[in-house]
Design a protein around this ligand. Structure first.
Ligand code: ADP
Ligand code: UDP
Length: 238
């Protein structure tokens, strides 16, 4: 496999073509952003930690039968993935109220959500990733009915697998965002699952161990991601 031209540089990852039209290289950078790119910093080792964290989680999801784009790790900061036609919709499941849900509905952070909620947001930084519903997705042709149902079902299956996984490490999976795409007709999980795109709290103290440490200027951002990895048994290489 040969890495070729850069296709796209996002806020945290760069995407490269390869000599195989079906495969891409994802390079995880140290850039860390919040508030739709308005706050940006470089955090040492964040790219390596997120790449290897994501590889571990994608492996667990594959074992559970969830179709993912992940193929293999190429280096501490790079992974080989299937090239997906991305659906521009962020799928969010929440087990506990936090973040934009609290701001939008005026509810207190930390309330248990039983059953968990499912929300969709349009992936569009210029518009601030507005919340959308299934009708918008259908009317604008971002995904079909069947694809929406599959994304929703897969996002909830990921919840079952990962809630248990994090619970075993004494952590609460508060909420998370997933992105899907289509690979040869099949809805497939893409992008990444890392503490950059989810909320994780220590189960006893409710200490935040995720990107809220960066958003809220709490410090020890990468150290917290490493602590989450340590609790899951991940050994990071740099
Ligand atoms: P953003 O675009 O939100 O700033 P990133 O910096 O993480 O995000 O950039 C990665 C980009 O690559 C995202 O736009 C994401 O949708 C896209 N992407 C992730 N996985 C795949 C894949 N398997 N195939 C094609 N594109 C992907
Ligand atoms: N999220 C994400 N990317 C986004 C928006 C949200 O990864 O562009 C994640 C976020 O880290 C959290 C979940 O999705 O785990 C729900 O985010 P929320 O809607 O509460 O938005 P925020 O408070 O982060 O603006």
């Amino acid at each position: 496999m040969e890495k070729r031209d850069e296709l796209y540089a996002g806020k945290a990852k760069s995407v490269y073509q390869t000599d195989d039209a079906d495969l891409l290289v994802l390079a995880f950078r140290n850039d860390t952003s919040a508030f739709d790119g308005k706050k940006v910093e470089q955090l040492d080792n964040k790219g390596a930690v997120n790449n290897q964290f994501n590889a571990f989680i994608m492996g667990k999801l594959k074992e559970a039968g969830i179709p993912t784009h992940f193929e293999k790790l190429l280096s501490p900061t790079e992974a080989l993935v299937k090239r997906l036609d991305m659906i521009p919709v962020e799928c969010v499941v929440r087990n506990v109220a936090a973040g934009s849900l609290c701001r939008r509905l005026g509810v207190e952070e930390g309330i248990d959500l039983d059953p968990p909620t499912f929300e969709m947001f349009l992936k569009n930084d210029a518009l601030g990733d507005p919340m959308i519903n299934e009708y918008h997705v259908r009317s604008f042709g971002w995904a079909t009915d069947a694809q929406i149902e599959q994304m929703k079902a897969l996002t909830f299956r990921v919840n079952d697998v990962l809630k248990a996984l994090f619970m075993a490490g004494n952590m609460l999976l508060v909420d998370y965002k997933l992105e899907f795409g289509v690979f040869h007709g099949e809805i497939t999980l893409g992008d990444e699952f890392s503490p950059d795109g989810c909320r994780l709290w220590d189960r006893d103290t409710r200490e935040k161990l995720d990107k809220d440490r960066f958003r809220q200027g709490l410090g020890s951002v990468v150290e917290s991601y490493q602590e989450v990895g340590r609790r899951l048994g991940i050994t990071f290489e740099y």
